[in-house]
Structure formats: C-alpha cells, structure tokens
Design a protein around this ligand. Structure first.
Ligand code: SF4
Length: 487
C-alpha cells in the first residue's frame, strides 16, 4: 500500500464511495447517539471499562496463564502464536490433520490481521466468510473498509451485481432475477450460507472477550451466523488476540453494555455466544484456542500508548472521524482503518521502517471526536501525537532528511544566535514585501507558493501567512525609546 496521503488522494476522487460512506456513517452515528443518551451512567461505565482493561494489561502474563489453564481443564487445546505465520500454521495444521478442505468463518478482525484466508488458500484450504458484509467483500474480491461493516463502501445495487456475478463460483448461485431489495439480498445470502454451515466440518472464529477465571470465550454478533459456526462443526479453532482477556465474568459486564451501543447502536446485540472448551455430545468436539501476539507485546511495552490495547473494536471512532468519512477504510492500508487504525497499526508493527505505517499517525485532524466517543476512553488524539513524536525520532538519523526536519534545523540555527536571527528577519522581511506586491497581481494571493520549495505544496491547501515586512525587533530599533516610550 502507498502511504496514506497518496492512497487518500485516490479515494477522494471516488464520489460514489464518499456518498456511501456519508450515508452509512451518518445513520450509525445517529443510532449510537440515541441509545447512549438513554444511560445516565455512560461516563462511569467507560471509566470502569478502561480501569478493567488497564489493570488486566498490567498483569497480562498472569491472566493469560489463568485463561490457559481454565481452557485446558475444560478440554480445549491452547496454542501460543508469536507471529501471524505461527497462528496461520496452527489453523492449517488442525485442518490438515482432519483432512478438511473447507472451513467456515465467524467475522474476526484477528484472522483478517494475520491474513488467514490467504494462508489457508496457499495450503489448498478454502475459508468461507459467513458474516453478510464479509461475504460481500469476499465474493467481490475486495478489501474490508470498516471494522464493523466491512462492505460499507458498497451500495445495494453493487451488492446485487456481486451476488449475481460471483455466488455461483462459490457455491449455491444467486436466485434468478435477484433484485437490490435488502430483504432479497439477505435471503440470497442466507440460502447460500446455509449450505456451507451444513456441509463444513470445521469453523474458525475470533473472540470479542476471553474470561480468564472460567476459560470462556465470548463472541457477540447480529446475524446468527456466528452461532451456527460455533455450534454445528466438529472442530473449532479460535484465534484470540492476547489483549482480549478479562479476569472475571463480573468484569465482562460493562463491556456487554458498552459494545452494542457503541457499534451498532443497539441496546443489546442479538447473539452473545459463550463457550468453555468441549462439552461431550454438544457442539464442536475438538476445540483449539490460538493466543495471538503479533505485535501486541510491542504495543504493551509503550506505557502511554498501550491504552490502544483497550480497544473493543466497536468502530465508533471511525463513524465520527471526518477524515475516515471522506477517504474510507482502504486508504489506511490495513484491516484496522480510521482513528484506531492510525494508532494500532504503528503500535503493532513499529515505526521507522515502513513509510505507509509512519504516515498513519498523521491521518487525523486531531479534532478529538474519536476520543470523545470511545467506550473505553482511549485518548486517541493523545496517542496520535505521541506516535508522531516517535516517527520523527525514528527518522532523526536519516541520510536524506524530511523537509520538516530541514525547516526545524534551519529554525534552530537562526534562533540560537541574535545576529543570525537579525539576518533571518531581514531575509523574511524581503519575502514579505515581495509577497505583498504579488498579492496585487493576478493570482498573486499565494505569492510564496510559486517558489520551488517544499512549502509550495503545503500552501496548495492552506494560506501561508506572509512574514511582516518589518520585524518587531527592527521596529523597536527604528522607533527606539523616544517614540515607543515604554522602555
Ligand atoms: S478505539 Fe475506541 S471507539 Fe475506536 S474501535 Fe476501539 S473501542 Fe471503539
């Protein structure tokens, strides 16, 4: 993926995308605001959830070991995966041992993050998404653009065209004469997916939460596809980020109120599935849990920014972000787009090596809306600024410095000595006078933006204030004590 500014420019040219996004995010925003206004203790709930997450992250090693032993006691097999490759290898190995060529999937950000579908495909195993929006993305050979609504960039006529063109190659074809009526589209997906649920012997899921004390995994969802995947197949593998752990059932309480209201604007999510290992004769008889690091311990090591690991993937921050609303999710080059993506990707991957990752903390106007809506009170603007500092620090030794670094070095040189400052003021004064003269000419408003310097691109979207023709110090010297009278 190109760095964010380049990708955003391409996305901005797509007016259909902007229309779809504005409509969809506007609708979810209004629903969220209405259900949150109903609660008097919303702020207290947010703070409680933030405290639970922070306390858990501070003792993550202990809680993970508790989770592992509770899961093992209840018949699950626990695997530890340091990298995406390790996690994919575990899932592929389980499928291979059972001679399985097809798996059904519950919508899961962790499995998208590790590119599990691609890894399984490389081993000849097909992974079928069963969430409606994920199905649209998969059939359209597309990329998700929103955490909760991955096909938010598609309108219903585009979805009808995808179903008509692609469903047959993946299984049951779309019904004859399929229209773009939402009910008809959902019906077509239901028929298509039901065949997959009944025929597939293995499922892969993530988990929204993992309760350490009882070894219970929790998945919340709206469509019931998750419940089908978690109960029908013989084998279940769940890939769970290590930050998903909460110590007790009591700790889970606040999150089950915060998540549905922040994500879909519902008071309760329609399906909450919980399972602890294997129950003989009921549900999957072989259960594996892959505890995934993939950069989370790197994020944990940053004492300030580790608050990003509180994230419960509700996507409220995406829906209020003016930048996301205009460019959509693809411009962020990651399964985690929007404000949370702008902080989580650099934290998971590290800064200083990939220009795309380094560009993400700047993909924000720092308006603060994301931090205000976050149900676990992550100070997203604060973390963005913190990460910008880290990006700058990581590039201090670059052989070819960035224009900002050159400008800062020049400023430091000028401000370190009175004589140099005088000289700089004289030069900028000349620039100011020229600029003012340019204003009188046709198209002369941005006189300084004609200059072949890096600032000229900067001024294409902003006004560059002209330096004063005479600096304060020069004025002071000129009028002296007689006229100034204050010294
Ligand atoms: S950062 Fe906060 S608002 Fe954004 S997805 Fe995560 S929990 Fe939701």
């Amino acid at each position: 993926m190109p760095p964010f500014p380049t990708a955003a420019r391409t996305a901005l040219a797509d007016t259909q995308l902007r229309r779809n996004l504005a409509h969809a995010t506007g609708t979810i925003r209004a629903k969220r605001a209405a259900v949150i206004d109903e609660l008097d203790d919303w702020e207290a709930l947010r703070q409680r959830a933030a405290r639970v997450k922070d306390d858990t992250l501070a003792h993550l090693d202990e809680h993970l070991l508790t989770l592992e032993s509770a899961l093992t006691e209840r018949g699950a097999t626990v695997h530890w995966a340091r990298t995406a490759e390790d996690a994919c290898a575990v899932v592929a190995d389980v499928a291979r041992r059972h001679g399985i060529r097809d798996v059904v999937k519950v919508k899961s950000m962790a499995t998208q993050e590790i590119q599990l579908n691609e890894a399984l495909a490389a081993q000849g195993i097909s992974a079928w998404e069963t969430d409606l929006a994920e199905l649209i993305v998969q059939l359209g050979d597309d990329l998700p653009s929103h955490i909760l609504v991955p096909a938010i960039h598609r309108n219903r006529s585009e979805i009808r065209d995808i179903f008509r063109a692609r469903m047959a190659a993946a299984g049951r074809p779309a019904p004859e004469g399929l229209t773009d009526d939402p009910g008809a589209l959902a019906g077509a997906a239901r028929l298509h997916l039901r065949e997959k649920f009944l025929a597939t012997r293995m499922a892969v899921s993530g988990a929204n939460f993992a309760v350490a004390e009882s070894g219970t995994l929790v998945v919340v969802e709206s469509e019931g596809n998750g419940r089908m995947c978690l109960t029908l197949p013989e084998v279940l593998v769940s890939v769970v980020g290590i930050e998903k752990v909460v110590p007790t059932w009591a700790d889970l309480d606040a999150f089950l109120t915060l998540l549905p209201r922040s994500s879909t604007g519902e008071r309760m999510n329609p399906y909450t599935s919980t399972w602890s290992g294997v129950t003989p004769g009921d549900g999957p008889q072989e259960v594996h849990v892959v505890l995934l690091d993939n950069g989370r311990t790197r994020a944990l090591a940053d004492e300030y920014a580790r608050q990003a690991l509180r994230c419960i993937r509700c996507s409220a921050c995406l829906n209020v972000c003016p930048v996301y609303e205009r460019v959509g999710g693809h411009a962020y080059g990651s399964v985690y787009p929007g404000p949370i993506g702008a902080i989580l990707n650099p934290l998971l991957k590290g800064v200083g090596t990939d220009p795309q990752v380094d560009s993400l903390p700047y993909a924000s106007s720092l308006c603060g809306a994301c931090g205000d809506v976050c149900p676990v009170a992550i100070d997203i603007p604060g973390v963005l600024v913190h990460l910008r500092t880290k990006v700058v620090d990581a590039h201090r030794g670059d052989a070819v410095p960035k224009p900002e670094a050159v400008a800062m070095r020049a400023a430091s040189w000028a401000l370190a000595d009175a004589g140099r400052l005088r000289l700089t003021e004289r030069v900028t004064g000349v620039g100011g006078r020229l600029g003012r003269r340019g204003r009188g000419m046709p198209g002369g408003r941005a006189a300084l933006s004609w200059l072949p310097w890096p600032g000229s691109r900067w001024t294409q979207a902003r006004d560059l204030p002209l330096p004063p023709a005479e600096s304060f110090r020069a004025w002071w010297r000129r009028v002296g004590r007689d006229e100034g009278g204050h010294a």
